[in-house]
Design a protein around this ligand. Structure first.
Ligand code: ATP
Length: 294
């Protein structure tokens, strides 16, 4: 299984949302990280054959997705950011409806729905109307509809928006279990969503790919560039202006500030071990021509 994104660009009128974006993926979870407006949804929509690139091409196992949309959709599952549900349908009715839209034979669909209800822990709620469900349950139904056709490529756009911390963890575990025999692309601006499950990370900003690497290699990139110091709280606004601050902790002895910087930011700053969130900030704010004291 191979997804090849080859020099893809997308313009909306004068707005360049993607520029020469290239990436080659095999099975596993790709965490696609980027701030709001980076172009993640645009890329997801192109991969899901819902939008055409202005330039470049995308192939799944060598098949151009633009020339073979029907064949590609058979192998594709997509959970968009604003996933629309039908609140008056119960879970089974909704999934049968989605299976019909996807053109699955009903006998096969019924079996698949049963398997998914069990796998996604929805069986006991299968006859309840979706309208009354929590965010986490709606997301599980969203994943169920995306998996109806047992897709080779599963695309999930900002899936944890609106979920509580427990639902977030459950959702991450669920994706991790699905990853072994398919390509999963999980787009988010929340690093902790992908930290535990992504086998690879792509970081994008302003329509461009800044880095594509294994999580452990991203950590190596940012080694010796993460610092912590303790400052009086009145100094904090000035430090946030002049440095890339990844975290601030209030402690009894003052504010503990975590700073990403190529150089020791203050004489008493201590070098500390990086996290993936530090690496993400490094690529977005420091290496990508950041304007602060670096
Ligand atoms: N239909 C459109 N017309 C014009 N500009 C658009 C359109 N859709 C998106 N854009 C712009 O293209 C850029 C990329 O948007 P996109 O939604 O792909 O980013 P994103 O990384 O998914 O951000 P978010 O997480 O906020 O959805 C943004 O600057 C956005 O304002």
């Amino acid at each position: 299984m191979e997804l090849m994104i080859d020099q893809v660009s997308k313009n909306y009128g004068n707005k360049q949302a993607l520029t020469d974006f290239s990436l080659c993926l095999k099975s596993g979870v790709l965490g696609l990280l980027g701030p709001n407006g980076a172009g993640k949804t645009t890329l997801m929509k192109i991969l899901a054959t819902l939008m055409r690139a202005t330039d470049g091409k995308v192939t799944l196992d060598g098949m151009n997705i633009v020339n073979n949309p029907k064949e590609i959709r058979k192998n594709l599952g997509y959970l968009p950011q604003d996933f629309g549900i039908y609140p008056n349908l119960n879970v089974i009715e909704f999934l049968e409806y989605m299976a019909a839209v996807k053109g699955l034979p009903m006998k096969l669909a019924r079996q698949r729905i049963q398997d998914l209800l069990d796998a996604l822990n929805l069986a006991q709620d299968a006859k309840r109307r979706i309208g009354g469900f929590s965010g986490g349950m709606k997301q599980r139904i969203g994943i169920a509809q995306a998996l109806l056709n047992d897709p080779k490529l599963l695309i999930v756009d900002e899936p944890t928006v609106g979920l509580d911390p427990e639902e977030r963890i459950r959702f991450r575990n669920l994706l991790a279990n699905l990853a072994s025999e398919r390509i999963i692309i999980l787009s988010t601006h929340i690093v902790s969503d992908v930290e535990s499950i992504a086998s690879q990370i792509a970081i994008m900003s302003e329509g461009k790919l800044l880095q594509h690497a294994l999580p452990e290699d991203l950590l190596i990139d940012v080694e010796h560039k993460v610092w912590e110091c303790t400052v009086p709280s009145r100094q904090l606004p000035e430090i946030q202006q002049s440095h890339v601050v990844s975290r601030v902790f209030q402690r009894s002895d003052g504010m503990h500030v975590r700073i990403i910087s190529n150089r020791r930011p203050f004489p008493d700053a201590e070098m500390i071990s990086p996290t993936l969130e530090d690496a993400y900030l490094y690529y977005i704010s420091v290496r990508n021509g950041g304007t602060r004291n670096d």
